[in-house]
Design a binder for this molecule. Structure first.
Ligand SMILES: [Zn+2]
Length: 347
């Protein structure tokens, strides 16, 4: 092999490669030509370059320069052919898909608040008009805050009302009601206090249409000088009417809670039969929607508030029950199932 022969072979290689590249259609065909002509192992150019080793040493640099020039010429042609092939492919695809760049965008599906969230927001809105501010408390409480500071000592029979779930964490438990929030607010704030405490609660319950092991409550607490049963009755009456209609009958009955004295149950006229009596209200014409009362002086003391100077009232309601009555929902489990067919009705 001499210098002239090898140089001629290199030029012939270049001419053939450029011709083939110009004729090739599609990125796959270009890839195959790349491997065939420029592949490091087995490529045509690699084969020609082996001939350089057979040349006299003084001829090698000049031929090496020709190789580099031809390689970059072929590589340049290959890159240009690839860019053109990509542009062609895009044009074909756009044409095929009939993309209309002037078409309006696709609408983004809007979610809706869960009916429990919506009900809590409505309750907060009504009490917000009376000056109540919303607070949050932790879901893991202790025996002291969940029971003892609410006037429920360890041997108190009222503990039978709550089937408590204990957690393996410093004697903690999952709060059985939102009432420990009363203690937390009293520790954090000075009277006058108007606090609303919505949140999730937990009890060891057999699940059925009206019971679940997790559920929501909204707690309310008002503490001020001279707060009386009249304040409690007036504000709860207003709440009942705001939630269930101006003409709705309301009544208070004596009740019992360890942390209020006196305690009451607050009823509204049955939303199904308007008071004439039906199976939903056990033929009484009334439905209980919350429990309330004047805060027990012992609880005020545990909250660091002087019961000689201040009085307070508190109430607690189950959010699921309120939502079920407002929307005519018959089964509490629907709130937990996340079935969109159910949830999208509250749009
Ligand atoms: Zn009824």
């Amino acid at each position: 092999m001499d210098r002239e022969t090898l140089t001629a072979q290199l030029r012939a290689f270049r001419d053939e490669a450029l011709r083939e590249l110009a004729a090739a259609r599609g990125e796959d065909a270009l890839e195959a030509l790349d491997v065939h002509y420029l592949g490091r192992r087995g490529g045509v150019l690699s084969g020609l370059m082996r001939g350089i080793g057979a040349l006299p040493a003084e001829d090698r640099p000049a031929v090496g320069a020709v190789v580099n020039e031809i390689r970059s010429e072929v590589e340049g042609a290959l890159a240009a052919a690839r860019a053109a092939a990509r542009a062609d492919a895009l044009a074909v695809r756009l044409d095929h898909e009939g993309e209309d760049m002037t078409a309006p965008g696709r609408p983004i599906a809007r979610g809706v608040p869960h009916p429990i969230v919506e009900t809590v927001a409505r309750i907060a809105e009504v009490f917000g008009q009376f000056g109540f501010v919303t607070y949050e408390g932790p879901e893991v409480e202790s025996d002291i805050t969940n029971f003892q500071m609410l006037n429920i000592p360890p041997d108190h029979p009222a503990r039978d009302l709550w089937d408590t779930l204990y957690v393996d964490l410093d004697g903690g438990l999952l709060r059985t009601h939102t009432s420990p929030g009363q203690i937390r607010v009293m520790h954090a704030e000075q009277p006058p206090i108007r606090a609303l405490l919505p949140g999730r609660c937990f009890r060891y319950e057999a699940v059925d249409a009206s019971h679940a092991s997790e559920f929501f409550q909204v707690e309310g607490l008002m503490v001020d000088e001279g707060t009386s049963m009249a304040d409690l009755r007036g504000q709860l009456d207003e709440f009942g009417h705001a939630m269930f209609g101006r003409g709705r009958a309301t009544r208070f009955r004596p009740g019992y809670y360890p942390f209020t004295e006196p305690s009451v149950a607050f009823d509204i006229g049955c939303v199904m039969c308007d008071g004439s009596g039906c199976p939903a209200c056990s033929r009484t014409g009334w439905m209980t929607i919350l429990g309330a009362g004047m805060v027990h002086p012992v609880v005020l003391q545990y909250g660091g508030i002087d019961p000689e100077r201040y009085q307070g009232f508190a109430f607690g309601m189950g959010v699921e029950r309120i939502a079920m009555l407002r929307h005519g929902i018959g089964d509490l489990r629907l709130f937990l199932e996340n079935d969109l067919r159910f949830l999208e009705q509250f749009r």
